[in-house]
Design a protein around this ligand. Structure first.
Ligand SMILES: Cc1cc2nc3c(=O)[nH]c(=O)nc-3n(C[C@H](O)[C@H](O)[C@H](O)COP(=O)(O)O)c2cc1C
Length: 327
């Protein structure tokens, strides 16, 4: 059966809704059904009673672990939570998100910076990649596996919600799941058959997030204003965050306060879990330029180099970096 006509319509509608830009694919292009499903992505937090077949889940794990992997090092793991008592303790620990308790499937996606170190030990080699780069590699692998799982799950009719809240209490989650040093949760994922329809939430227009040859934010204020209005009309936020600090906004703009929201402070503890010998300093006072540009992470040990030095050496090597945003 040729489903391209239908997929092309779905794509045109979803791109309009998502980005405010109707993208009409060539009707004979390949892969339209997959692309339509990606564009129609929606997060779900409510599911019906239907259990998710174990065979289907195994297939989805296989699809997820088929993701590309940095250096073919395969540094991601999934913990599937099947013991109701463990499911319950995780829901209790996170608190405030009761849908986690009711989710038919609960998974914890982990970065694994430990396996390669162990392999190196067993084979009598030194582990040379014990740097922040290792943390990035591991996190990218795990994020890809999460994303691909989500895509495969949605293609098979499941609805999912990732849960970064597992990072609020990395030590407790690690204890419950028996995660050793070097293995750290990047996000949970709840899944099941959705009990209602999803909705395509508007994203920033491609003119904000897609750049050609050079980074460009010249029109950012106008584009964000337009997005704010579109977002408010199509999918207004039903709650506002940190109202006690910032007050209630009649027209809540896209993460209007996002820049000021207090992020989670567990990040340094995570990075230590990623690799015992990477030492990440606490967030510094955000008073100077370098702290603003790189507020959370600062490598200590090795050869101490301030962020300002790093930026200035980057500018020497890649002159276009400086001032490009003023275009
Ligand atoms: C890594 C990651 C972590 C997330 N963590 C949470 C979470 O802890 N709680 C929650 O309700 N939604 C969570 N979400 C879902 C986002 O809130 C959701 O994707 C976003 O609001 C956009 O909505 P949409 O996915 O329906 O387009 C998370 C999404 C991602 C990608």
């Amino acid at each position: 059966m040729n489903t391209n006509g239908n997929s092309a319509d779905r794509i045109a509608n979803a791109t309009q809704q998502r980005f405010g830009e109707r993208i009409e694919p060539e009707p004979d292009a390949v892969g339209l059904e997959t692309i339509a499903t990606m564009l129609e992505h929606s997060t779900f937090r409510q599911w019906d009673e239907r259990p998710v077949d174990a065979g289907l889940l195994r297939l989805l794990y296989a699809a997820a672990f088929s993701s590309p992997s940095k250096g073919d090092m395969q540094q991601a793991d999934i913990i599937q939570v099947v013991d109701p008592a463990i499911h319950e303790s995780i829901a209790d620990l996170i608190g405030g998100m009761d849908w986690i308790r009711k989710a038919p499937v609960l998974l914890i996606f982990c970065g694994n910076g430990r396996r390669m170190q162990r392999v190196a030990e067993w084979r009598g080699k030194s582990f040379e990649n014990d740097r922040l780069d290792h943390f990035f590699n591991v996190t990218c692998d795990a994020a890809l596996v999460l994303g691909r799982f989500l895509g495969a799950a949605e293609a098979s009719g499941l609805g999912c919600c990732p849960v970064s809240a597992v990072r609020d209490k990395p030590d407790e989650i690690s204890e419950i799941l028996g995660l050793p040093d070097g293995v750290f949760p990047i996000a949970g994922l709840c899944a099941g058959y959705p009990s209602g329809a999803g909705r395509v939430t508007p994203r920033l227009p491609l003119d904000v997030t897609l750049h050609t040859d050079h980074y460009d934010e010249t029109r950012l204020p106008q584009l964000i204003d337009t997005y704010d209005r579109r977002r408010h009309d199509l999918a207004p936020y039903n709650s506002q965050r940190e109202v006690e600090r910032f007050g209630w906004a009649d027209s809540y703009r896209w993460r209007a306060n996002a820049a000021c929201l207090s992020g989670r402070t567990s990040a340094p503890s995570f990075a230590r879990r990623a690799s015992a010998s990477i030492d990440i300093a606490r967030p510094r006072e955000r008073t100077d330029d370098s702290a603003r540009s790189m507020p959370y992470w600062r490598l200590v040990g090795g050869s101490p180099q301030s962020n300002r030095d790093i930026r200035s050496s980057l500018r020497q090597r890649f002159p276009l970096i400086s001032g490009r945003t003023a275009k």
